[in-house]
Design a protein around this ligand. Structure first.
Ligand code: UT7
Length: 332
């Protein structure tokens, strides 16, 4: 699905917040659990460390501080949010949804709330959804959360997946803005490739085996990732009347530094314009892009009018890109 933004509908991000669990898990520490090494992990993935939630920390425990920070950043009252979408594959439980729990904790009596499940692409899907709701007038102010605690569903005996993922949360407030805002989205899904990254036993289908833990065929997902990161950006940019040269800030999904390097080289985006934090957080799934967006802002890269390209990909298999002009939070 490909869409340039609705003519005249200027919707932007007016608040941004993030949160990661306190516990830092280093590569050396993981090497005491499975047969791996700091050297292998750094060379093959670029990851140095990641955050893991504590035993008693669930999704909403890390999503709530991120959501609160985004609201504070925007200056919007929780009571004025009328839509809350939480993108995650690791909700506290299937229901009540994490979004409903967050809306309750934040005291948002007017908010419709639902979880969105699109693997690591969840955040990009969710901002596209919120955009549509805001542009059509169904919502005035939305809170979009992207968060995951993948450490809870990892197989702690499988070195090929345990070393890749981490926990983290990000949230944005989306509203009509006077200038800039989202220019377009490109979203897609290929269930035919779903078998390469799956979580058996997590739903209504019964499996004799394997166990209910995240499973991945890393090589296949790597091939998909390198192809789709480039394809999605190349589809979206011309639809919005832009070229790669116009992009000021590139925010790729943070799964593996090698995937990012490939996409950067193939697209021809200078690495100075590319945000990389996979070294500190690993792959935080739905938290990946908002965490990187926050790093871009902390680095002073999100100047007014900066053209930001975000591309996610992950389980489904799914992918999605969003193109926006950063607005420095001016609601209209
Ligand atoms: O959001 C989307 C989520 N996922 C991704 O984007 C992941 C995409 N895939 C990847 O990033 C890479 O495929 C991996 C990082 C998962 C693996 O890297 P690779 O260079 O494709 O390694 P490989 O799977 O080809 O394995 C090479 C070797 C194997 O040993 P043999 O068969 O050559 O003897 C593995 O058993 O590395 C071994 N290996 C490890 N060794 C030490 C696999 N995992 C580890 C490990 N430590 N953690």
């Amino acid at each position: 699905m490909l869409g340039a933004a609705l003519a005249g509908a200027r919707i932007g991000i007016t608040g941004l917040g993030t949160h990661v669990p306190e516990r830092v898990m280093t590569n050396d520490e993981l090497a005491t659990i499975v047969d791996t090494s700091d050297e292998w992990i750094r060379e093959r993935t670029g990851i140095r460390e990641r955050r893991f939630a504590a035993d008693d920390e669930a999704l909403t425990d890390i999503a709530l501080p991120a959501a609160t920070a985004a609201l504070t950043d925007s200056g919007v009252e929780a009571a004025d949010i009328d839509l809350l979408i939480c993108a995650t594959v690791t909700p506290d439980m299937m229901f009540p949804t994490s979004s409903a729990l967050l809306a309750d904790a934040l005291v948002m009596p007017k908010a419709a709330a639902y979880d969105l499940l699109a693997g690591c692409t969840g955040f990009v899907y969710a901002i596209a959804q919120a955009y549509g709701m805001l542009a059509s007038g169904l919502s005035r102010r939305a809170l979009v959360v992207g968060a995951d605690v993948l450490s809870k569903i990892l197989d702690w005996e499988d070195r090929s997946t345990l070393v890749l993922f981490g926990d983290g949360a990000g949230a944005v407030v989306m509203e009509p803005v006077e200038s800039g805002g989202f220019l377009g989205f490109e979203l897609g899904a290929d269930g035919g490739g779903g078998e390469h990254l799956w979580y058996p036993g997590s739903g209504s289908r019964t499996f004799e085996s394997p166990e209910a833990l995240l499973k991945m065929n890393g090589r296949e997902v790597f091939k998909f990732a390198t192809r789709i990161m480039v394809y999605s950006a190349e589809q979206l940019l011309p639809t919005c009347g832009k070229t790669v040269d116009d992009v000021d800030v590139y925010i790729p999904h943070q799964a593996n530094k090698r995937i990012i390097d490939y996409a950067v080289a193939k697209l021809g985006i200078p690495s100075e314009k590319t945000i990389v934090n996979v070294d500190r957080y690993g792959n935080t799934s739905s938290g990946s892009i908002p965490l990187a967006l926050a790093d871009a802002r902390a680095d002073g890269r999100l100047h007014d009018g900066a053209l930001v390209l975000m591309t996610g990909m992950g389980a489904g298999l799914t992918w999605g890109s969003a193109l926006m002009e950063w607005t420095n939070g001016r609601p209209s």
